[in-house]
Write a protein that binds this ligand. Structure first.
Ligand SMILES: [Zn+2]
Length: 326
């Protein structure tokens, strides 16, 4: 893209900053018990304050409340939100289509932050207003060059009371392989070597896990020092006893496939498709998400015994995968 064209594109995308993506959206149903139960089932959440009216009476709330992390679920539009890409129906779609039409065809969710001032109660109606909050300068990333777009959603109840907010950031990028093919990328030196896969976010809560995998070629599982409960993925506090003291055990690496899905699209550079994405029931009792290797997608079945195998990317990054056992 010429400098002039790029300037014009950037001026146009900047004009979206501060705009609501459309009118406020009100949830189809008020906060209700059937949706609470479905959501808690899906998430493996069993706290009685969300599910048991009698038990909830004895909590500080005195009645059933909704899990705070369910906030966005109350206003989700279902399948309808995925339709109409070719005919954008809101400002966010228009912004994304504009970038896609200029070659920024990849999209990757990067991070989200939510704020919950209080718990929602049964019968409350949730309305969300989403604004395009920020667009970064063009950045070079492992996935390709692109723009980080942050939207901010404010949630209110039927009385206009603040019940939460969410900021959501995505990277809209030119996939690295497409860049390689573009004529304006110039000399051979611009032709990138095979890109490596996108690295997992490694923070204070989970960095140790990846380091241990790499250093000891093992599959660690975090264990609560208070009640010995295992937990994965790693997090700072035990959901049973509240202890923040923990150590880890070395898992056998053996397990069975709890469920799986085969991913064909969207395709990111650095991955071999199709990807058999699996949830493994580990022998020790915890579950983890991983990828099945050395197995055709059509041969993958629920309940299949698997064993861990650590593979190393070309850049030396180690990742535990699973393959059919034996
Ligand atoms: Zn514990």
């Amino acid at each position: 893209m010429s400098d002039e064209k790029k300037k014009a594109l950037e001026a146009e995308i900047r004009s979206y900053v501060g705009k609501p993506i459309g009118p406020p959206v009100t949830g189809r149903d008020p906060v209700n018990e059937p949706m609470l139960r479905q959501w808690c089932d899906a998430m493996g959440e069993s706290h009685p304050a969300y599910l048991d009216a009698e038990a909830a009476k004895k909590t500080v709330f005195g009645e059933i409340v909704a899990p705070p992390t369910m906030l966005q679920a109350w206003v989700m539009e279902g399948w309808a939100m995925h339709e109409g890409y070719d005919e954008p129906k809101n400002e966010q779609h228009r912004l994304h289509k504009l970038l896609a039409d200029h070659g920024y065809t990849g999209v990757l969710g990067t991070n989200t932050e939510e704020h919950y001032p209080r718990y929602l109660k049964l019968g409350e109606t949730v309305t969300a207003l989403t604004v395009i909050d920020e667009i970064s300068e063009e950045k070079a990333t492992g996935a390709g060059i692109g723009y980080f777009i942050t939207t901010k959603t404010s949630f209110t109840n039927q009385d206009g009371e603040d019940v939460g907010s969410m900021s959501f950031r995505v990277l809209r990028f030119k996939p690295a392989q497409a860049q390689k093919a573009a004529p304006e990328s110039g000399t051979d030196a611009a032709v990138a070597q095979k890109p490596s896969r996108i690295k997992p976010p490694m923070g204070r809560d989970n960095g140790w896990w990846w380091e241990k995998v790499a250093a000891e070629d093992c599959l660690p599982i975090q264990r609560c020092k208070g009640c010995q409960k295992l937990r994965h993925p790693p997090r700072p506090m035990c959901d049973v006893c509240g202890s923040q003291e923990w150590d880890s055990i070395q898992a056998s690496g053996k397990g069975t496939i709890h469920t799986f899905t085969v991913i064909h699209y969207p395709q990111f550079p650095g991955y071999d498709y199709p990807i058999v994405s699996i949830i493994v029931d580990l022998e020790e009792g915890e579950r983890m998400a991983s990828t099945l290797v050395d197995c055709k997608p059509e041969d993958c079945v629920i309940g299949m015994p698997v064993e861990m195998v650590i593979q190393e990317d070309e850049d030396g990054f180690k990742i535990p995968f699973f393959r059919p056992a034996g």
